[in-house]
Design a protein around this ligand. Structure first.
Ligand code: PIF
Length: 388
């Protein structure tokens, strides 16, 4: 029968705490960086103590924490209101980064996957690491009346004190037959080597759809400025006339102003107790890497929740986590060498590369949820050598 655990799971109850607080890390990032000046940092294996127990695929999922904004957009009959909610969703995706500048996510292994289901929201998310060098992650998600997809590759620029991250690739949302597309703004991690690390996002975001556009500016200000985190923007019709104005802070909330009247569209959830000791994770982030008995039954062996080094870090066993990270990375190198020696091309399982103009996109094949059905992934993934 069902264990107590799975009954909880069925009822949608998830853990509200990580098993262990973040270990105290004394690793000197400066020692690593000075040895690698001018190098592409994505080609340097970093110590596990720089990481948080989540990876880049799970961070893509985390940007959907406030997906009900898209559900609401899909329910609205007003195209300007729909754009307003899509734009608010786009801003809300930055919220989790506020308390998370202290660590970096795990870099997924090529072929690693991550799924996330929220029955109460009808949300189904799937992601796959489709390229190792350069690291590229692709994801696809459906909710109540919307579809969402994105692929991303991060370009970094290390400036000595700070690091700028330029996400390459677009975010797409489709609802009520209309497609919305935008590019994410530049992110910057300050005080990389000394002092308190903090994150800032800046630049202009343009969300386009058929005949409504929205422009949002993320201000560059400084940590102590009252303008820190400020965004402002406008929803415009095809003639460029402003219909609604937007303002707020990406870590706090978004407000809409229409003809002198102001209303709140979104507010960030409050943080769980002791979040500082627990990697700055929100309630949503805490849940992302939970592995229930039911998950064990259904998840493919490629799912991040099965990755041993990340699990060991979550459990606070730093030494074993480091040893496992190196072992897993070596397996990945061996697989690559075997492919190279035998002239075998690598093809991701659930996404395929398509060319749109001059740019590459990774399109979901639809295979994942199909393969998950009885008899599960065994048959579908049997040709994949275990990743770890
Ligand atoms: C390893 O990844 P790490 C390296 O890629 C290594 O080259 C590879 O060996 P190989 C290993 O198999 C990898 O595990 C390095 C790098 C990874 C990303 C991209 O995890 C996402 O050891 C970045 O890390 C997201 O990290 C940033 O790249 C979002 O994970 C904000 O470049 C970085 C991060 C820079 C450090 C900044 C620290 C800030 C706290 O032999 O196969 O090449």
């Amino acid at each position: 029968g069902l264990s107590c655990f799975s009954l909880w799971y069925v009822a949608g109850v998830r853990r509200s705490r990580l098993p262990c607080p973040a270990p105290v890390s004394d690793v000197s990032l400066w020692n690593i960086l000075k040895k690698n000046i001018g190098k592409d940092l994505s080609k340097v294996a970093m110590p596990v103590t720089l990481n948080e127990p989540l990876n880049a695929l799970q961070l893509l999922c985390e940007e959907l924490e406030y997906s009900e904004l898209l559900d609401d957009a899909a329910r609205s009959d007003d195209k300007f209101e729909r754009m307003l909610l899509v734009a608010t969703f786009a801003v809300s995706g930055y919220c989790s980064t506020y308390h998370r500048a202290g660590q970096k996510p795990f870099n997924p292994i090529l072929g690693e996957t991550y799924e996330h289901i929220r029955d109460n929201k009808n949300l189904r998310f799937v992601a796959e690491q489709v390229s190792h060098h350069p690291p590229i992650s692709a994801c696809h998600c459906t909710g109540e009346g919307f579809e969402y997809w994105r692929d991303v590759r991060f370009k970094n620029k290390f400036w000595g004190k700070s690091m700028e991250v330029f996400p390459v690739g677009s975010v797409h949302v489709k609802l009520k037959g209309c497609e919305y597309e935008w590019k994410k703004v530049t992110s910057c991690v300050h005080n990389i080597v000394a002092g308190t690390r903090w994150v800032e996002h800046y630049g202009d975001m343009l969300i386009s759809s058929e005949d409504v556009i929205c422009k949002i500016s993320f201000s560059k200000s400084g940590y102590w400025s009252s303008k820190h985190g400020e965004i402002s923007g406008a929803v415009m019709n095809a003639q460029g006339e402003v219909v609604h104005k937007l303002h707020g802070k990406w870590f706090e909330g978004v407000f809409c102003e229409t003809a002198g009247h102001t209303r709140c569209l979104w507010r960030a959830e409050s943080m769980p107790p002791d979040f500082e000791q627990y990697y700055g994770f929100s309630k949503f982030a805490i849940e992302l890497n939970e592995l229930t008995n039911l998950d064990r039954k259904y998840l493919p062996h490629t799912d991040t929740r099965h990755r041993p080094d990340q699990r060991l870090l979550e459990l606070g066993d730093v030494d074993s986590a480091e040893a496992e990270k190196q072992r897993v990375e070596q397996i990945q190198r061996d697989h690559k060498r075997l492919r190279d020696e035998n002239n075998i091309d690598y093809h991701p399982r659930f996404f395929k590369k398509v060319l749109v103009g001059a740019s590459e996109r990774w399109q979901y094949t639809g295979n994942y949820w199909q393969a998950r059905k009885d008899p599960g992934f065994q048959e579908f993934l049997q040709d994949i050598t275990p990743l770890w």
